[in-house]
Design a protein around this ligand. Structure first.
Ligand SMILES: [Zn+2]
Length: 402
């Protein structure tokens, strides 16, 4: 349940002709209608208006949600549900390497049943907090069936890492609707460029997004820039040979660029340590970005430069990362955290980040992400009371919440 707005729920109209009314309808953050009506046929939005229903609409089922707001469901563009069972069990005070080592240790000792049970609970947590679209990343593959059987949509990514080209499994589908299956590379400092290139090629052929963690930890930065250091030693202990990875490179972003891994279907997760040149490269490539501010603060003690991203035209998505590094999977919580920790982010932009930009990052933005006519009629109802558009957006994003 969403703590701030008990009674928040996702509305998924069936194929019948329906009209939904609410005190407010947010088509997108720049088009908001007070006392709005959403006309739906065949689960697709046909019209959004302020008009009262005329008699010609008598064949439509009518649903009055009340004085709150109907808007597009939230997007959590980066999760790892297989790590949910490690909530509050890992040390986040002693740096990223300690956290990674503890995670690997604990994962080896944990029963698959426990992992699945916690992942299922997380699915409920996401859905009940207004998130319908998710970018779920799984190394073990355990969460695929859970995700398939859940009410969630978005993209499920099979993640690859290391230096070996794994046995081919047909995990990908062609991009086709609200739920897609794709692959992800773990990160530039954990995965051989040859493997990343192979996987990226496969996803491009199917027009699917390719997710990868980039520019997150200091250890990653040192390793990519020198080819040496703590991370190089750590890879050796894991039996991963990085001698053919073309290192050093100027930065993880340049490393990806040099291996043709940056294009509009790439979803770069974190982007916590880029310099100005990196930012320019990302913006020019059209690659998508997903930021995870709470996880970054917990693991690395700093925040992504969201203002700079927006300034140069990057439209980031929002993710929580896993419960192993973040308190909740709620995008309401993540928005509220941004409100508390950044000064110049407008509520309208924050709503776009949590909806349309997230949908675009997952490659489903043409038919989700807003309530504009032509899009799928999945909606989020929030029982929030507001007198003006500004108050409405501020309440949703958490400006008036401690
Ligand atoms: Zn992650």
């Amino acid at each position: 349940m969403n703590k701030r707005f008990p009674g928040t729920n996702i509305v998924r109209p069936d194929k019948s002709s329906q009209i939904h009314r609410a005190g407010w309808v947010i088509l997108n953050p720049w088009q908001i209608i007070e006392n709005g009506y959403v006309k739906i046929e065949n689960s697709i939005i046909k019209e959004v208006s302020r008009k009262k229903i005329s008699s010609q609409y008598s064949k439509y089922d009518f649903v009055d949600h009340g004085s709150g707001v109907l808007m597009s469901p939230l997007v959590n563009a980066h999760t790892h549900l297989e790590l949910s069972c490690f909530k509050d069990r890992l040390d986040m005070e002693n740096g990223f390497e300690t956290w990674v080592r503890e995670l690997i240790n604990l994962r080896e000792k944990t029963d698959t049943k426990v992992i699945k049970e916690n992942a299922r609970q997380s699915v409920n947590e996401l859905y009940n907090s207004g998130v319908l679209y998710v970018g779920e990343v799984s190394t073990t593959g355990i969460t695929r069936r859970i995700f398939e059987q859940s009410p969630l949509s978005g993209v499920w990514f099979q993640e690859f890492l290391g230096s070996e080209v794994a046995n081919e499994e047909s995990v990908l589908n062609g991009a086709q609707g609200e739920l897609n299956f794709s692959v992800a590379g773990h990160a530039p400092h954990t995965t051989a460029p040859s493997l990343l290139k192979l996987k990226k090629k496969q996803t491009n052929l199917k027009n699917l997004p390719f997710s990868i963690h980039v520019s997150e930890s200091d250890a990653e930065m040192e390793f990519i820039k020198t080819g040496k250091g703590k991370w190089a030693d750590f890879l050796k202990t894991r039996g991963i040979d990085s001698s053919s990875w073309n290192l050093p490179q100027q930065s993880p972003v340049i490393h990806l660029l040099n291996h043709d891994l940056l294009d509009p279907l790439t979803l770069m997760v974190h982007v916590l340590n880029p310099d100005n040149k990196d930012f320019e490269i990302i913006a020019e490539s059209g690659a998508k970005v997903c930021i995870c501010p709470r996880s970054n603060m917990n693991l690395h003690g700093k925040l992504p430069n969201l203002e700079k991203m927006l300034d140069i035209g990057i439209k980031p998505a929002l993710g929580t990362d896993s419960l192993a590094s973040c308190d909740s999977l709620s995008i309401f919580d993540e928005m509220h955290y941004i409100v508390q920790n950044y000064n110049n982010i407008k509520p309208s932009i924050l709503i776009a980040i949590a909806t349309q930009y997230g949908a675009d990052a997952l490659g489903i933005g043409d038919h989700t992400g807003s309530l504009e006519p032509g899009k799928i009629a999945d909606m989020l109802y929030i029982p929030v009371q507001a007198k003006t558009e500004t108050e409405l957006l501020e309440k949703i994003t958490g400006y008036e919440y401690d």
